[in-house]
Design a binder for this molecule. Sequence first.
Ligand code: DON
Length: 582
Amino acid sequence: MSPAISRRRYLAGVVLASICALPPTISAQRAATYTPPPPDSVHAIATEHGMVVAQEKIAARIGADILRQGGNAVDAAVATGFALAVTYPRAGNIGGGGFMVVHLADRKEDVAIDYRETAPAAATRDMFLGANGKPDPAKSRDSALGIGIPGTVAGFALALEKYGSGHFTLAKLLKPSIDLARDGFVITDDVADTLPQWHRRLAPWPASAKLFSRPDGGSLREGDKLVQSDLATTLTAIAEQGPDGFYQGPVAQKLAHAITEAGGIITTDDLKSYRAVIREPVRGSYRGYDIVSMPQPSSGGIVLLETFNILEGLPLGEMKQGSAASLHVLIEAMKRGYADRARYLGDPSFVNAPIAALTAKDYAAKLRAGIDPDHATPSSELQAALPPHEGSNTTHFSVVDSQGNAVSNTYTLNFSYGVGIVAGGTGVLLNNELDDFTAAPGASNVFGLVGYEANLPGPGKRPLSSMSPTIVLRDGKPVLVTGSPGGSRIISTVLQVLVNVLDYKMDVAAAVAAPRLHHQWLPDEVRIEPGFSDDVQAGLRSRGHRLVESMGYSSANSIQVTPNGLLGVPDPRTRGAEAAGQ
Ligand code: DON
């Protein structure tokens, strides 16, 4: 056993040294341009039996506690997910949605749970166009029209019912979250870094203002207590009645009332008919590993597989990690994967995407043949172009238990703090996920992701996502669990963490901390984090890449499973993430 791993204890209090080194008032803006520390200066947290790596420490510890009490990875994930809805309102939620990929060790099975928000029955394909017939981003981003029917409660309840250990009821897993919502907790870390900045989106809505403001009307700040009594009542209704406590009865009535009063179109019938869906994950191979990731309505798994298939035929291992030559082929592979995302993908109940063809090795071989090692392929040669945008928040957590089960969960309100509207009397902060639809063919969402017919809004439709909770297996056993927030940057983040570990054999902490870059086909530019040397940047520019020094926020909270135990890495890019284990 390695010295690091022999430190097997309950390690909830331990965080990466690099997180502690961050200035206490680092802002979301500064987090977005955060320079990763030298890869060899960060170290994973080691545990032997089980681990939860999440963006917020109280929630991570609640999940780890469930593992200690004999819960499996799904039990712990559900407890962590509900707790983040209380302690990490920026992205943890019951008013949003997400995806969970689960590896079940005893059944030797992998499943994907789709609890993505859904457009209400009254949605129309032109709902996000203005009077001039052009896309009106304010409608999908800043108004209640952008709210999708929340999926998180249904998703977590389904996960627990189907794949929990059977030893924990929903009520038991919800108890710590109810207590925290009722009694409050002290604001710190990432919530303290982001809430004051986002408060202006919350303040216009009375129930949001009441919850997140000081008596003088300003934002709650570091050291203040956040008490969420209405949320405690809503969580109690879920604990007592299961999902019906949320999707029917008084909570549902209050949600529908608040949404319609704010100009949205979600009804109690929409809430009652919401269903989470169990789907077959996307599965592919990369250099002897199995990659298991999220299928549509996420684009993540498909784009990842397509990109990995392209890379597999290239001698990545012979190019130095982080070198211009290596990054060039990563960029070229990303560009091709994201171009196909735009053209083909959407809600599988509505579009018939050519998944088998897109993820076939021979298709990748054709794409690979078009990569010139010395020159960037202009995006316009792959398809037509549109301008960029910046975007906001989501959160990812990874769980592995002592039996070898694994959960990779990414969920979101879309923007940080969603659309900003707390539904009066419920404490539920609502999403603006429907901005992930394409308002009109060729239009882009807040992340600059272009889409066409396949992703237009429609009744009962789920908007195309980039969230990519992923589990890597070797010989049927998990070796890496990862995922990230970051909108369009999610897929390229997961890709680079995996390449760093699988191709470059980097320690998982160094793999997560290493600077990342991103190309999403359109706009035709490479977004880079600080940390790439002048030489590397010059090498990319000389190949024709346009580099833009603004990468935005990603955070790949990951777990590596080694023969000696678990290595957890809370991504050092934000304050307060933690690997909690036993
Ligand atoms: O589903 C998606 O792809 C987006 N709504 C995720 C948003 C996100 O990651 C924002 N975080 N930085």
